[in-house]
Design a binder for this molecule. Sequence first.
Ligand code: FA5
Length: 342
Amino acid sequence: MELENIELVATEEIEKCDDLDQLNETRVKYLGKKGLIQGFMSKMRDLSNEERPKFGALVNKIKAAIEERIKIAQEKLEEKKINKKLESEAIDVTLPGYKFNTGVIHPLMQTIEEIEDLFIGMGYEIAEGPEVEEDLYNFELLNLPKDHPARDMQDTFYINPNVLLRTHTSPVQARTMQAKQGKPIKVICPGKVYRRDDDDATHSHQFMQVEGLVLGKDISLADLKGTLLEVAKKVFGNEREIRLRPSFFPFTEPSVEVDVSCFKCNGKGCSICKNSGWIEVLGAGMVNNNVLKMNGYNPDEIQGFAFGIGVERFTMLKYGIEDIRNFYLNDQKFLNQFKGVK
Ligand code: FA5
């Protein structure tokens, strides 16, 4: 190639380069150690002293021009590379987002959380116990010896003669008393319980309760009544009527049951409340002296009350749910109604 043509040819080649690799090959071809420019440099030896500086200056000028063109091309190709990367990573922020199907806290758990918050605010702690329970805690230590007729009140799933699925959360009372060894107690215990009850609109063979137990000096029935009315008022508001009615539990004396006016008929009587106008929501009473003694407490020094709230019944009354079985069918249409309630 003639020296005069080299700048023109190099410029055309540089401009044709599509990427940095090609450009580098072109740079090596012209400016590398064994490149075309170097080839002209080595020819200087053969020139006369007069021609050499002129020729040298011309080669250097052409070399500088090619270097400059390569530099400009390199900047362009680097920018092109960055733009290509940005383009591939670009997102359209105006596109509508993906719809995420969020779950919903089960209405029974919402009720339990509400009850827990309420009692924690009143200074209670939360206790837990096993669902597969010993007969000893579920019955015997609660003043229900074997063959006691009151055991029929809670038809039981037995695993063997001494082990059963707990029929209520009251065994946690006995467990907590044994653990606290005569000291004051203020706990609630939420959990699942099991009974051989026939399923209907207000009964299920598996349901949830929140047990409560308070033991201390000079605790009276008035404290129990005040606590239960406070809870019922907070959960149901002022629209519902609440009544305490004398009842019987072997582990409390005296015992009461709390009813709330039926959400469906407002006390007139309907199929849901079995024409009574009321729905029973919890059992309660002053802890029986025998229970205190059996679990290491002296009834002359310490007394207290206990209660067992039916969580399904609370939730049915709160939201006007007509059939307890809705809680266990996992029907999305039913459950989604409780989105955003809590
Ligand atoms: C008891 O289970 C006692 N352990 C409660 C108690 C605790 C009394 C401490 C005294 C001291 P009862 O069997 O009544 O009591 O049940 C309590 C509540 O559970 C009822 O008021 C009702 O709301 C709910 N309940 C009872 N059986 C069912 C059932 N099959 N399905 C749904 N809820 C039920």
